[in-house]
Design a protein around this ligand. Sequence first.
Ligand SMILES: [Zn+2]
Ligand SMILES: [Zn+2]
Length: 275
Amino acid sequence: MSSAAFSKLQQSNTPLPLFSDYHTHPQGHRVQRYTQALLQPWADSARRLGLTDIAFTDHDRYHPGIDFDEIDRLRQKNPDLRIRAGIEVDNDPIHSASGRNWIEKHWDKLDFVLGSIHFLDRADQMFDSVPDGGAQFEGKNVDAVYTDYFRRVREIAATGLVDCLAHLDLIKIHGHRPDEEIGSLVNETLDFIRARNLAIELSTAGWRKPVNELYPGDRIIELAIEKGIPFTTASDAHSYAQLGDKFPILAQKMANLGLRQVCVFEKHSRSQLPL
Ligand SMILES: [Zn+2]
Ligand SMILES: [Zn+2]
């Protein structure tokens, strides 16, 4: 391609293919020991989709299933892929203390840690369960719920145990919208994320939920771009068939926003790569 044509492509909103998925759950929602039978279909799926860099990020409460030797074996069998060992830690009042201990113990073997808020005041139910979690919003002031949620996001960002925040505005999942402008609710949190030098993810999972919107929403992405916060791309797949879900739509959205870089992690060290 001539350099003139190349710079035209750079300026246009032509989508560029995405190559990384940094939010996946090989175990689904229970403990399933990592084996080649469990993991190889994810590698096959990545290759089929043209993804070259994927991170396994099972929930911290299922850490007994994670086996770093099996991930190494998978890497050896699939040298064309970069396969990252990761985990998604949240604020589960019952399990996250043990999850955090496990992360500290295995920090050097992990490439990537996602931080998430799945719990508000109820210890027995994730607020993002669909549809039941929606009941946690009944009779509540939505602005106050948002404020509380983003306070919790800052708390998990402050643990020093996360590389990237997952689904940053998950609180919108059931479609509850604040009266206050989202920028004012989230600004302090974005500044905190920037100051801690953390990334956030662009997650297509929101398009599968009642809210039917990317996580995070456009205004938050614009603010994050202004502040220089880097992004990963993510599906939050709970099955290998969901890997890279809706990535062509995400690629178009990123092109429209002028986002042409994505970040990847190896042993918690971040690189920004061009799409
Ligand atoms: Zn999550
Ligand atoms: Zn997840």
